[in-house]
Design a protein around this ligand. Sequence first.
Ligand code: ADP
Ligand code: MG
Length: 569
Amino acid sequence: MSGKVETYEFQAESRQLLQLVVHSIYSNKDIFLRELISNASDALDKLRLESLRDGELKADTSDLHIALEPDEEARTLTVRDNGIGMSREEVVALIGTIAKSGTAEFARKLKEANENRDGAASADLIGSFGVGFYSSFMVADRVTLVTRRAGEEAGTRWESAGEGTYDLQTVDDAPQGTSVTLHLKEVDTEDHLYDYTKPDALRAIVRQHSDFIPWPVRLPVEKTGEDGEVESTVETVNSMKALWSRSPEEITAEEYGEFYRHVSHDWSDPLETIHTRAEGTFEYQALLFIPSRAPLDLFHQDARRGVNLYVKRVFIMDDCKTLLPDYLRFVKGVVDAQDLSLNVSREALQQDRQIQLMHRRLVKKVLSTVKALRGKDPEKYRTFWQEFGRAVKEGLLSDFDNRETLLEACSFPSTEDPKEETGLRAYKERMKEGQEHIYYLTGPSRARLESSPHIEAFREKGYEVLLLTDPVDEVWVEQVTEYDGTPLQSIAKGQVDLESSEDDEESEEETARRTEEFGPLLAWLGDSLGEDIKEVRLSSRLTTSPACIVGDAGDVTPTLEKMYRAMGQ
Ligand code: ADP
Ligand code: MG
């Protein structure tokens, strides 16, 4: 008994994306299997957790696994799991729609690449976005998904050729969990594609991409026994070994990469891997990754966080906000704690002393890794800073304990070098005799700052000035007053006294003479500008410009003023 078939249209962005995937020239098509197994594995994790939390849940958890069912004659491959499954509404919401933030931007870029017939760019974009379930359409011209949510009676059958519409039907006899059946395209020998109905091919792909998946991935095989009899058996193809519990020396970069792709839903390689453990009273293992690219939603409120919490190899929650601070939200990976309760809730986690301790250690570990990267691999560090610097600088406002280390990890544009950013340590090493401050100027762009009259005298004297152009810079400089004992000083504020430090000291007589000479002009300017200003004074900071506007030491900067106004304050 089944309901009637209804046809729906994909949401516009999904349709666009699917079109691109269907016709994509993404070279490594094998990865569709990694994506389906990854989804199945997540579904099994979720079911185990839900049944732990909800004793009433009517679900079978006796033999949780993933099955690969190739059919050579029908030219299909089915990937089946007996996990959490999806309700009809979930199928529509999750499979018919792309919920990821940044999809519109991604689709726009991809369209552009395709219009320019830039195959490399489009493949690169698909790779960086990661199309998950939709990657099935790279190898299949029709996909059928049958699913039943654990605890529910009716199941749902979804089918699509990836061309703009999909069919939905309620079915009564669906087993718990999800099966995805791919009606495979003809084997494209030119591309040397595997035949995905061959057990050997499937085994090789699983071992390469999904070996660490913590659930058995089963494959039916036929073995010829010693007596010549052909025997059908089922083989578990993956080793199921949790990667983070293995010793780092025996793990290859490829293995780390595959694991990263599973936890991050990203398709690229990580920029840096952090594999660490703590022993003693509170034991944990952590395998964290810094991605090589910032996600499109890095600055969206509802961005997905990257760290999953496990307790003794059992998945407890994804998107765990308690383990790392907000400004490290781009870090992905797994933390496995030995002594937490399996029933721990998100709320209880925030109060947990052990979690707080772990949080402190993990932050230190990530920051020290970044710091080390700067010395060890400047190229990688540069990528890191370009992608995540703006997020990291938020930490200067919130993470008081690690402020000094954070400052060590930061880079800023400076008058020293038009192309290369500088660290504060390097700035200090270049400081001139008698220079007592780290000078900076904030503003909307490097070009604007460089032509600012404030900078002239500093340039003349050979003093380096940091040119801070990120909106967040305006905010942290208000709170961070020094680095390693050296005060930070805005050159646009208050009296920046350059006289005493250099040889061209003005004599007192000279000052008196100039004050008398310019007195009337200053008075006239003061009267004319009236309410708009606080004071007009003679300055030694200008060399070629006749005048400039400065703020008082405690004033907000023009950009900050604009920001506040925009926020309605
Ligand atoms: P992602 O895994 O990055 O969320 P996918 O396109 O791979 O993106 O999957 C979209 C969503 O569909 C998943 O987040 C999940 O909620 C749901 N889903 C996919 N496959 C399964 C499955 N086998 N069992 C249950 N839910 C699934
Ligand atoms: Mg997925």
